[in-house]
Design a protein around this ligand. Structure first.
Ligand code: TYM
Length: 332
């Protein structure tokens, strides 16, 4: 079986619709066909300040949401990054393979550090991409299911894997990006040219999966469209309508063409009502399942501990081989 690895940050509290459609939905599908490793990346989260109690709660909340979304611990390995110490260790090796200029060109770092200012930006945020590279290479992943915003980090992963292999001998699988065109970038409902993200300028633009279903329906009904009335997929001219169409298409299984046909002669209101209904049908059981996992923290922690043990077996082997290739002397 080919292998996949992916990760998600625990900081958001509730996952948003972009996380789900861009990444988590693919994770659930890929566990059927791939040897799948999925991780809640708490070490990535601490690149910005975190309240310890909140970080702990959010890490469990992230795991609960992944299980509620359909990850099955019998079919995939779900673990918390910090419980597998090899991530930090291989991350260090990756730092030592990366040029300072090369790391300085990472656009996510440039955007985030520009917002925070130099004095509040940590060195950890700067080295974040190399930690991510280590996450992927530790498992010899063939594919990495993510949204479009992670593409540059995946290119760095390929570059560093090839660099290491060329210098020290074949060690790492060079992974591909598994980015689905239709859901690579989910847009903000109030600013449909911007990516949906938890730092949305207007909270109405952001669909949190754990919001009250009523709130979600309301946000969809107040989504920005345009002054026309035609329901047609056209990102340039009709960004808002196109976003709603692609959301409904993905969630309902109907093609965009079928939807365009179905809504011919109908107004935006009809499209929004139907999308709101589909969303409510999705988030209502999702919230309940998430809560059920949170209500049983012992089971949740046991699932994560078992996942970390399975992950460590793979990660330790890759790290040992990497250290050996580098010329580090093993402990007797
Ligand atoms: P994170 O936690 O920001 O996001 C998790 C996943 O959600 C996707 N995503 C989106 N997809 C489509 N449209 C959107 N609006 C949208 N917003 C977010 C992201 O692309 C991502 O796939 N650096 C990563 C976490 C990470 C990782 C890894 C991923 C750490 N190590 C190893 C893959 C492999 C991140 O911050 O994702």
């Amino acid at each position: 079986r080919p292998r996949v690895l992916s990760g998600i940050q625990p900081t958001a509290g509730s996952f948003h619709l972009g996380n789900y459609l861009g990444a988590v939905r693919q994770w659930v599908a890929l566990q059927e066909t791939h040897d799948a490793f999925y991780t809640v990346v708490d070490l990535h989260a601490i690149t910005v300040p975190q309240d310890p109690a909140e970080l702990r709660a959010n890490t469990r909340l992230a795991a609960a949401q992944l299980l509620a979304a359909g990850l099955d611990p019998e079919r995939c390995t779900l673990f918390v990054q910090s419980q597998v110490p090899e991530h930090a260790q291989l991350g260090w090796v990756m730092n030592c393979l990366t040029g300072f200029g090369e790391a300085s060109r990472m656009t996510q770092f440039k955007d985030k550090s520009a917002k925070q200012g130099n004095d509040r930006t940590t060195v950890g945020l700067f080295t974040y991409p190399m930690l991510m590279v280590g996450d992927i290479l530790l498992y010899q992943a063939d594919q990495v299911p993510v949204g479009e915003d992670q593409r540059q980090h995946l290119e760095l992963t390929r570059t560093l894997a090839e660099r290491f292999n060329a210098t020290y001998g074949e060690t790492f699988t060079v992974p591909g990006a598994h980015i689905l065109k239709e859901t690579a970038k989910i847009y903000d409902l109030q600013d449909p040219t911007a990516k949906m993200s938890k730092s949305a300028a207007n909270p109405k633009g952001l669909i949190n999966l754990l919001d009250e279903p009523k709130v979600t329906a309301k946000k969809i009904k107040s989504a920005v469209t345009d002054t026309g009335s035609e329901i047609r997929f056209d990102r340039a001219e009709k960004a808002g309508v196109s976003n709603l169409l692609s959301l409904l298409s993905t969630l309902s299984g109907a093609t965009i063409a079928e939807l365009e046909e179905k809504y011919t002669g109908k107004g935006y209101g009809a499209l929004k009502t139907d999308l709101a209904e589909v969303m409510v049908d999705f988030v209502t059981p999702f919230r309940e399942r998430t809560q059920a996992y949170l209500d049983d923290p012992e089971t949740l922690d046991a699932i994560l501990a078992a996942g970390a043990e399975k992950a460590r077996a793979v990660a330790a082997e890759t790290l040992a081989q990497t250290y050996d290739r580098l010329g580090l002397v093993p402990a007797k």
